[in-house]
Ligand binder design. Structure first.
Ligand code: SF4
Length: 239
């Protein structure tokens, strides 16, 4: 077994009122008092159980996932991510805050390395470590998983730790691709990082709303999904 954790911890989703991180529980309770109509809990992953691609972000945004109860939904980062997934064919429907059921993911799932919103969007290292049990459980519960897309350094490092790999052998950088050795042993699995936060690599200015690459990101991300029975490879997107 390459993944850490004892069998009893390998659940893919925490309870909404998970008690394991006292600081985050306190913050959750503060937000419940201030915004009782918000979700204010450990945010579950969103997507397909047969996904080949798992996208892993840092943690719920206060006014995004912590408010809506869906990873990345409701804030600027989510507008970027879901807009990109729609564009490249990894989502279909409409991105609508009022009707979240109008959007479904295609062949992918979105989760976070830390499932509860942290103050200032900064989880403590021990909180990331504590929540890793759910990342491990999430990875193990995806039988068709082939690729991982890490949105940022903390997500990247938590994935590497979850897979019991050495960070020094899989150094984080924006847009980097890594082939994961255990893919050869268990199944194809790769780690993507990309352009989602660093569109300049594709000549694309997401924040400015312009795009000079005319579909190239779509081709690139689509190409990130490996064909079954071939060795791992990867993609792009996030930073
Ligand atoms: S961050 Fe993860 S481990 Fe910590 S309380 Fe939330 S769900 Fe539980």
């Amino acid at each position: 077994m390459l993944l850490h954790a004892t069998d009893e911890t390998l659940t893919p989703e925490p309870p909404k009122d998970c008690p394991l991180c006292p600081r985050l529980v306190g913050y959750r309770n503060d937000n419940k008092a201030a915004h009782p109509d918000w979700f204010n809990g450990a945010v579950p992953s969103f997507g397909r159980d047969d996904a080949r691609l798992l996208i892993v972000g840092l943690a719920p945004g206060l006014k995004g996932a912590n408010r809506t109860g869906r990873p990345f939904l409701g804030d600027y980062a989510g507008a970027l991510l879901y807009g990109t997934l729609l564009k490249v064919g990894l989502a279909r429907g409409q991105r609508d805050l009022v009707a979240p059921e109008a959007l479904e993911l295609v062949d992918c799932m979105i989760s976070n390395a830390v499932r509860c919103v942290p103050p200032a969007n900064k989880p403590l290292p021990e909180e990331t470590a504590t929540c890793r049990r759910f990342l491990i459980g999430r990875i193990q519960a995806l039988p068709n998983l082939r690729s991982l897309l890490a949105l940022g350094r903390i997500a990247h490092d938590s994935i590497i730790d979850a897979l019991s790999l050495k960070r020094g052998n899989f150094v984080f950088s924006h847009g980097a691709r890594h082939e994961l050795p255990w893919a050869a042993l268990v199944r194809q699995l790769s780690l993507l990082t990309t352009e989602y936060e660093h569109p300049s690599a594709h000549g694309r200015d997401v924040r400015g709303g312009s795009c000079r690459c005319r579909g190239k990101p779509a081709e690139t991300l689509a190409g990130a999904l490996p064909r079954p029975a071939k060795s791992g490879m990867l993609g792009w997107a996030a930073g």
